[in-house]
Ligand binder design. Structure first.
Ligand code: UD1
Length: 337
């Protein structure tokens, strides 16, 4: 069976992808520096799958240590999740973002070359579409960014394009994620950011749980059905499954391909709040405040390419996403008592 190196494998999307990989009998080697994840996730992976992935607590920027992993394991493919991802922080600390996100990718590509590993799947983001010219968003739309975090993703895409041109043995798939939310239905793994959350769903669950008083809805004068921002929310388990489809494909072609991973459906902030209240039978008090700088009216994928070429289709609906996001927080609290 193929051996997959998963960088950032204990993070939100990485851990859910490890579950799907282990369930599908891939051999999994995780590297993670625990900068935004917890070692407890390793136990949870075992609890869910009854398998224990190999784990190295190392930084993907550390070339010597990454080389040791390749030396000790015959890696067939790399899925590269590790990276900083907070938009606001990237604006105040751009060097930290460029250094870390670019360096880790360059290091992996160099070590892969040294060990003749040719298959690479990269976590990009719909943020590379900037302000889209029309909706839904297709993969061949023009690319631009509005913050350093997004620029790291776009710069890495460009690097991968050049590397692919130069090395005809390489197979690269770039996955552009829309807005991942939800959690594993077991409630054992999910998203639990430190401090006050920046993203909508982690904020909603804290308000529902009375850890934070009110949700601030950033603007209700957008050009959308109810004036609040519209996004393409995708269940993290669906997103994880998309990586397995990408792996099946990556070993069967040479070059570089780009895919949107979204549902193709757009929901507004208030749609999400209302659905969350309904399925979880809780209140999410909110107030309308000013727009958040840099936000766009609406963003949702045309998921056709991933469906036609990868056979990927998101199965979970917005109710499932709301239920599983909350279930994770409730379970997580219980286990901390
Ligand atoms: C953001 C990033 C994107 C990144 C993604 C990771 C920006 C501009 N974009 O996407 O690059 O890939 O996170 O998941 O930051 N909202 C509120 N109140 C809140 C939080 C959010 O009303 O407290 C609204 C936002 O205005 C937006 C929607 O909820 O309309 C979703 O916001 P968020 O979850 O932060 O994701 P994005 O901004 O779409």
């Amino acid at each position: 069976m193929m051996k997959i190196l998963v960088t950032g494998g204990l993070g939100f999307i990485g851990s859910h992808t490890c579950v799907e990989l282990l369930n599908a009998n891939y051999e999994v080697v995780i590297i993670d520096n625990l900068s935004n994840s917890s070692i407890d996730v390793l136990e949870k992976l075992e609890e869910i799958t009854s398998k224990r992935p190999k784990f190295y607590e190392i930084d993907a920027c550390n070339k010597e240590k990454v080389s040791v992993v390749f030396k000790e394991n015959k890696i067939d493919a790399v899925i590269h999740f590790a990276g900083y991802k907070a938009v606001g922080e990237s604006v105040s600390e751009p060097l930290k973002y460029y250094r870390n996100n670019l360096d880790s990718t360059l290091t992996l590509l160099e070590v892969m070359k040294e060990y003749s590993c040719h298959n690479f799947v990269f976590s990009s983001s719909a943020t590379v579409y900037g302000t889209p010219k029309e909706l839904p968003i297709k993969e061949d739309f023009p690319l631009s960014t509005t913050n350093p975090y997004g620029t790291t993703k776009l710069m890495i895409e460009r690097i991968l394009q050049d590397v692919s041109k130069a090395d005809k043995d390489l197979s690269i798939i770039v996955l552009r994620y829309f807005n991942p939310i939800g959690a594993h239905p077991s409630g054992l793994i999910g998203e639990n950011p430190n401090g006050i959350p920046n993203n909508l769903m982690p904020y909603i669950v804290r308000v529902a749980d009375k850890e934070l008083p009110t949700l601030s809805v950033f603007g209700n004068d957008y050009n959308t059905h109810d004036g609040t921002g519209v996004r393409d929310y995708i269940h993290v388990v669906d997103l994880a499954k998309g990586h397995l489809k990408a792996l099946e494909k990556v070993v069967n072609f040479k070059g570089i391909e780009y895919y949107n991973l979204g549902t193709g459906k757009g929901y507004s902030v208030l749609d999400l709040v209302n659905t969350f209240e309904k399925v979880n039978n809780v209140k999410v008090p909110y107030k309308i405040v000013d727009r958040r700088p840099g936000d766009i009216d609406a963003c949702y994928a045309d998921p056709t390419k991933a469906y036609e070429k990868l056979g990927f289709k998101a199965e979970y609906g917005i109710e499932d996403m709301c239920r599983d996001s909350y279930n994770y927080i409730l379970k997580n609290k219980e286990s901390q008592k």
